[in-house]
Design a protein around this ligand. Structure first.
Ligand code: FEO
Ligand code: CA
Ligand code: CA
Length: 606
């Protein structure tokens, strides 16, 4: 193992291994009884807790009616809960309060899988069998769902006739803010001014701003576009850098020309952004905030500089891509929340470079500085944000092992980043020390102190390895945990992260099925003290599902959790013969992606 560890990881080991086994003598901050790893059609949760289905694909937004299986229309889908729910965020009502009994739940939807959504489509027929009507259903099943809910005794219920509940879909008109708004590379035949985009899709994780809006992240937008045309066009190299035309998973381009780059070469430039949505104001249009850069944003996690400027951390989830930070030009207005509309349109985007001595540097991506100039094809900041990946290449950023979620510890301000895996890595580097990396790892960034506060605006941070996934009893795995986990506590492929109000880290996984033959789960780990970095398994999802989007109410008594793509594995699992019919297990019902509300039977904190 020592051969795999950089000096900074080793220093972390030493720091956290003061005695023989200090964890044994110290009570855990977690009281839940750990569950065993599973490989099951069903979900499993720790004893003493309940997991209630709050809402699932096709349900009305007040949760009252389900759709008729396999026959949902585009119009129905546009008003009902979307497919493959991912991120969740609880926003108390009223805004700015810590009410944990009534609020808005923001949920986004990542992608659609027509094999599991409609009958009579066989694996391999995804692109040839889909009809125009089914494509319209898919487009309406993406985007975001905004729900209003309240807690009544032990259960959560959705509000009927809510003023807040709404859908934002893959076709909802939205504005563009920031340096790329109106730029020639953002214009299409439908939108000659480059200021109005239809829809958001590929939404993965997200974040909540200090003023209570939500940032939802466009991740794998490339899959929705057609293969690139044979001859080179002005945007071909740019599209290739983002994978447009390579994976082409959908057949939309055959029926909707805006998804064919041969017809609309700029349309892919209008995706891959962070979208700001105000859940408290349904009349307000979502806005794509282009100052935060264009890449496969996993998340957009907010913090503040000591001077009160907004900071947004975001990973680009692809092999060898980068970790980014944005800082607003002006401080957050705390007097009137609506005055922060547009705050994220001006500021400085930077990208992370890691060093072996345990330091890291944020490199600014500013037009006219360094190599980001005309000789390299950057003619304004619009070019820098549209081609963020190429700008980061030129700046000398550190290629990472698929940076997924980023979360900031509520007290220390340390920044935790999940690298989910990178089977393609051949060359080790300090912050990505395994080659290849099948199991993923979590890195902890430590901002410097400024007058007793973490300085998220500093140019230089320190960093440590928090853990490296895998089974520690398998010497070949290269696993590393600061404290030895139990036989069920080790994990692989960390994806989403969340801190509960007590500052304990919750970790979801994506990929344990293919990595170790086990269902994905939700783990919890302390980040300080003698049990630092020894995860415990709390929840395990059903077969083929990814567990995503954990979020807590302010009182820590409810945990919302997405179960995404149940039955997606193995590959021959279809609508007609799914590998699980979770969550209802009725012979005539397909599996449904759902959001769970998890509470403790005795009403206490999770
Ligand atoms: Fe959609 Fe990076 O997970
Ligand atoms: Ca994710
Ligand atoms: Ca993932």
């Amino acid at each position: 193992m020592a051969a795999l560890l950089s000096s900074s990881i080793l220093s972390a080991c030493v720091k956290n291994a003061p005695g023989k086994n200090p964890a044994a003598a110290t009570p855990s901050a977690f009281t839940f009884p750990e569950i065993a790893k599973t490989a099951s059609e069903h979900h499993t949760i720790a004893a003493g807790y309940r997991a209630d289905v709050l809402i699932g694909w096709g349900d009305a937004l007040d949760g009252k009616t389900r759709y008729q299986q396999g026959k949902i229309s585009p119009g129905q889908q546009a008003e009902r809960f979307g497919y493959n729910n991912d991120y969740t965020a609880f926003l108390p009502i009223p805004a700015g309060s810590d009410n944990s009994e009534r609020g808005i739940l923001f949920v986004n939807h990542e992608y659609t899988n027509i094999i599991l959504m409609f009958p009579n489509i066989s694996p391999g027929e995804e692109k040839t069998s889909v009809t125009k009507k089914q494509m319209r259903v898919e487009q309406e099943a993406l985007g975001c769902s905004i729900l209003e809910l309240y807690r009544y005794e032990k259960q959560w219920a959705l509000v009927k006739s809510s003023l807040y509940a709404r859908r934002i879909t893959g076709t909802t008109p939205m504005r563009i803010g920031g340096p790329a708004a109106g730029h020639a590379r953002m214009r299409t035949s439908e939108d000659p001014l480059g200021v109005r985009i239809l829809g958001t899709f590929g939404n993965c994780a997200g974040g909540v701003t200090p003023w209570g809006t939500v940032l939802t992240c466009e991740e794998n937008f490339d899959t929705f576009f057609a293969p690139l045309p044979g001859e080179e066009g002005p945007e071909t190299a740019n599209h290739k850098r983002y994978g447009v035309g390579e994976q082409g998973y959908y057949a939309w381009h055959r029926m909707d020309p805006r998804f064919d780059p041969a017809k609309e070469p700029n349309e892919p430039n209008r995706f891959g952004w962070v979208v700001e949505i105000d859940p408290y104001h349904p009349e307000r249009s979502p806005v794509k905030r282009t100052a935060l850069g264009r890449f496969k944003h996993e998340s957009a996690t907010c913090a503040l500089t000591p001077g009160g400027k907004a900071v947004v951390y975001s990973g680009d989830d692809e092999e060898f891509e980068y970790l980014y930070r944005f800082i607003s030009r002006y401080p957050v207005r705390t007097d009137v929340r609506e005055l922060n509309d547009g705050l994220l349109d001006e500021g400085t985007l930077s990208v992370a470079r890691f060093f072996e001595d345990g330091s890291m540097e944020w490199l600014d991506l500013v037009w006219g500085q360094g190599k980001l100039a005309e000789e390299n094809g950057f003619f304004s900041q619009a070019d820098v944000v549209i081609e963020t990946r190429r700008a980061a290449d030129l700046a000398g950023a550190t290629p990472m092992d698929r940076p997924e979620d980023v979360e900031v510890h509520p007290e220390s301000g340390h920044v935790f980043i999940a690298m989910t895996k990178n089977p393609l890595r051949k060359k080790r580097d300090p912050a990505n020390p395994r080659a290849a990396n099948p199991y993923g790892h979590i890195v902890e960034l430590i901002p410097p102190d400024k007058d007793g506060q973490p300085d998220h605006g500093a140019r230089l941070f320190r960093w440590e390895m928090f853990l490296m996934g895998g089974d520690p009893s398998d010497e070949k795995s290269g696993a590393y945990y600061p404290t030895p986990p139990s036989k069920d506590g080790w994990l692989t492929n960390p994806d989403n992260l969340a801190f509960d109000p007590k500052g304990r880290l919750w970790i979801t996984t994506d990929g344990q099925g293919s990595a170790v033959g086990k269902d994905n789960g939700l783990y919890a780990a302390e980040v300080d003290g003698p049990r630092r970095g020894a995860p415990r398994l709390f929840f395990s999802g059903p077969r083929g599902a990814e567990v995503t989007g954990p979020s807590f109410t302010p009182d820590g008594k409810t945990l919302f959790l997405s179960v995404q793509h149940p039955a997606e594995w193995p590959d021959d699992s279809t609508y007609d013969a799914p590998s699980t019919r979770w969550p209802y297990f009725k012979d005539d019902e397909p599996p449904r992606p759902c959001v769970l509300a998890i509470t403790r039977e005795d009403g206490g904190e999770i």
